[in-house]
Ligand binder design. Structure first.
Ligand code: ATP
Ligand code: MG
Length: 262
């Protein structure tokens, strides 16, 4: 069965792309067939995985706006088992152009209908907004993973995101669940970070993954080499954390913990 997961948080720079790309690489290493769909005009996931957005002739824009079959725009990556639907800056135009479309929230879901069955996991890396691209990803997904940066005010904005997910769940996609919150950029040297984690675990309105993603310079270097952490620095703390997170996610397959919004 194909699992479609959206990585969403309207807050910028919280680790959506880093989490989507590195989970994609570790899932592929675990012999899963993975499709990473870059839904963000910033195209960070595209370049992170080693595909130059300027060189990708076709991408998600062509699927959403010109009804090009998704299989036609898939780029192969350096990692066997991991395919990419690339993005490019012109995807920003799609947000505006889709406004006049019929069933505009369902465009990505329909595009994935035929293609997704060839994969075990489809990971949707969302932009830092709750615009039409994110709504399309939430409408197509079965689960949402929400990266949260371990800092003061971490949960700020989360209520708004959860309300949006709830709205999509009620009106567009009854299958949508919150798969869990991932705590990112944890700095174990400060007491504050530990306090924030404790607070989040106590008050989070959804399941929180056990794995803490540490702040690790290797994770921030890897994108500039077009590599996931798995090949760039496989023994780094960041790599070990994303490997552990992948194992947690795989375990959820046998004992699902995602939950419907109330
Ligand atoms: P945007 O909202 O712009 O799409 P994002 O939520 O996708 O951002 P990322 O791009 O994954 O966030 O991360 C933001 C920046 O922080 C990047 O430069 C990334 O390399 C860096 N980064 C992410 N996670 C970590 C980490 N655990 N340790 C150190 N740096 C990190
Ligand atoms: Mg991003």
């Amino acid at each position: 069965m194909t699992r479609i997961l959206a990585f969403a948080n309207q807050k910028g720079g919280v680790g959506k792309t880093t989490t989507a790309v590195n989970l994609a690489a570790y899932l592929a290493q675990a012999s899963k067939r993975v499709l990473l769909v870059d839904c963000d005009p910033q195209a960070n996931a595209t370049s992170h995985i080693g595909v130059n957005p300027q060189h990708a002739i076709y991408g998600l824009y062509d699927v959403l706006i010109d009804q090009m079959p998704l299989t036609k725009v898939v780029s192969l990556t350096y990692r066997v088992g991991l395919d990419l639907v690339p993005s490019a800056p012109r995807l920003a135009g799609a947000e505006v152009e889709m406004v006049g479309m019929l069933a505009r929230e369902h465009v990505l879901r329909r595009a994935l209908e035929l293609a997704a069955s060839g994969y075990d996991y489809v990971l949707l890396d969302c932009p830092p907004s709750l615009g039409l691209l994110t709504i399309n990803a939430l409408t197509a997904a079965g689960g949402v993973i929400i990266p949260i940066q371990c800092e003061y005010f971490a949960l700020e904005g989360l209520a708004h995101l959860l309300a949006t997910i709830d709205l999509v769940h009620k009106s567009l996609n009854p299958a949508l669940t919150v798969q869990g919150l991932v705590l990112t950029m944890f700095d174990g040297r400060t007491n504050l970070a530990q306090q924030v984690v404790n607070e989040i675990r106590k008050n989070a309105p959804a399941f929180v993954f056990d794995t803490l993603i540490p702040r690790n310079v290797r994770l921030s270097e890897a994108p500039s080499f077009g590599e996931a952490i798995l090949t760039y620095a496989p023994r780094s703390p960041g790599a070990m954390a994303y490997e552990a997170l992948t194992q947690e996610l795989l375990k959820q397959e046998t004992s699902p913990r995602g939950r419907h919004m109330p």
